[in-house]
Design a protein around this ligand. Sequence first.
Ligand SMILES: [Zn+2]
Length: 161
Amino acid sequence: MLLNPVLRERMQMLFDLYKAKYPNAPQPKISQTVRSRSDQNKDYAKGRSAPGPIVSNAKSGESLHNYKPALAFDVFFTVDGKYSDDPQLYKALGELAPSVGLEWGGTWKHPDMPHFQPPNYTWEDAAKDVEPTFGPIVAPQQPAIAETLPEAEEPEQEEES
Ligand SMILES: [Zn+2]
């Protein structure tokens, strides 16, 4: 995997923390670290000079995925073997990001739910070879009773506790 080594460590901490908290929920997997500049340009063209909806507002070099090693990673979840875009899953993971000194794209004005990166770090910094800094690790103690996310196949529970 072509990922900044510190970012990779923080990613593993994030995944471990999530697993400890939600052991029975679908676990996150990596969908992207490095995105090549030609792929970035193809994505940028979609909805502009190429058919289809707009999928990216970043031109080549304007994404932390365009640097090697990559300075961002994207995750996905599968439920019953199929890709899931259930925002609840992304939110459960994203809310843990500050505990391991990461920034989650779901908090942005234009949310990018699968995206994680060093806090307050931009592609302009990456282009200038500015090293990323990470927030402190303030991972909470593992809870005595693991919380669970409702599983997709289970009916909604109405009762209040
Ligand atoms: Zn991303």
